[in-house]
Design a protein around this ligand. Structure first.
Ligand code: DGL
Length: 287
């Protein structure tokens, strides 16, 4: 199975793109809903929770885990890849969402090796933005990667602390929601000297659900980048380039959903994102 980890149900926006692009594989989705949201938690907590989630997925037999969660990718991926895997799981792989998203933000085509000095600005002004949870933005993970891959792009990063709670509460449009979206988009504009970035990356699993409202609040030429499709096309490319990993994946088209909290609540929220009903099981992952 391909393991897909998120703090909650929002990562189903990424899973649904994976299912569209790579439907033949087996998937096991784990939501740590009992401890979500991760976005305002400390780096230590996000590291510990993510390690427990990933270990649980490994124990279930996943050779590859995708961290659909930006906060987990930003805070925990490096530690997991550089310390945990070599010490405890040298035969497993973990991929995150930050690197593929930055490649897309920088306009680097799928499958092309990024050579920083020769990467031209992908937009006229070279001004791009990333929106994310407070933890993701505080980590500067997007800034660090973008400076490596496309140093000539100007990046504005904005934390949007209330967007996840709004989506969790099922509030996706209306005057109250618009107030908070305008507030954070206004901060982006201020930081960018009054110019709209030409590309805005939705660096959080929940934000694609706000896209219909967001597009109404920005000029039509703004290019919004939700991550699902980006992660899916770049995972497909990664699997092509790593046949030794690809052949370890099951291809029975199976789907399994696990959550650390109420499975009924998860299934109800999740079915709205995946557009079909689903069954979830409750699991314990903390040690
Ligand atoms: N999954 C998280 C992310 O993409 C959002 C929800 C949370 O804060 O846990 O950053």
């Amino acid at each position: 199975m391909i393991g897909v980890f998120d703090s909650g149900f929002g990562g189903l926006t990424v899973l649904s793109a994976l299912l569209r692009a790579l439907p033949g594989y087996d998937y096991l989705y784990l939501a740590d809903s009992a401890r979500a949201p991760y976005g305002a938690r400390s780096a230590e907590a996000v590291n510990e929770f993510t390690r427990e989630g990933v270990e649980w997925l490994f124990e279930q037999g996943c050779p590859l885990v995708v961290l659909a969660c930006n906060t987990a990718s930003a805070r925990a991926l490096r530690n997991l890849q550089q310390l945990h895997l070599p010490a405890r799981r040298p035969d497993r792989r973990i991929l995150g969402v930050v690197r593929p998203s930055v490649e897309a933000l920088a306009g680097i085509p799928v499958g092309q090796v990024a050579i920083p000095d020769h990467t031209p600005p992908s937009t006229a002004e070279g001004l791009v933005a990333v929106l994310g949870t407070p933890a993701t933005i505080a980590s500067d993970s997007y800034g660090i990667e973008l400076r490596k891959l496309a140093p000539r792009l100007r990046l504005v990063q904005q934390a949007c602390p209330l967007w996840v709670p709004l989506v969790e509460a099922g509030e996706l449009d209306g005057a109250g929601v618009e107030f908070f979206l305008r507030k954070d988009l206004g901060a982006v504009l201020d930081a960018a000297g009054g110019h709209w970035p030409s590309r805005i990356l939705l660096g959080c699993t929940h934000y694609p659900l706000l896209l219909p409202t967001l597009t109404r609040l920005a000029p039509p030429e703004t290019e919004w980048l939700p991550q699902g499709g980006i992660v899916a096309e770049r995972l497909a490319d990664w699997l092509k380039r790593h046949p030794e990993e690809e052949t370890r994946l099951g291809r029975g088209g199976r789907r399994r959903f696990a959550t650390t909290d109420d499975p009924g609540w998860f299934a109800e929220r999740g079915s709205r994102i995946l557009d079909h009903s689903l069954n979830a099981e409750r699991v314990r992952i903390s040690r």
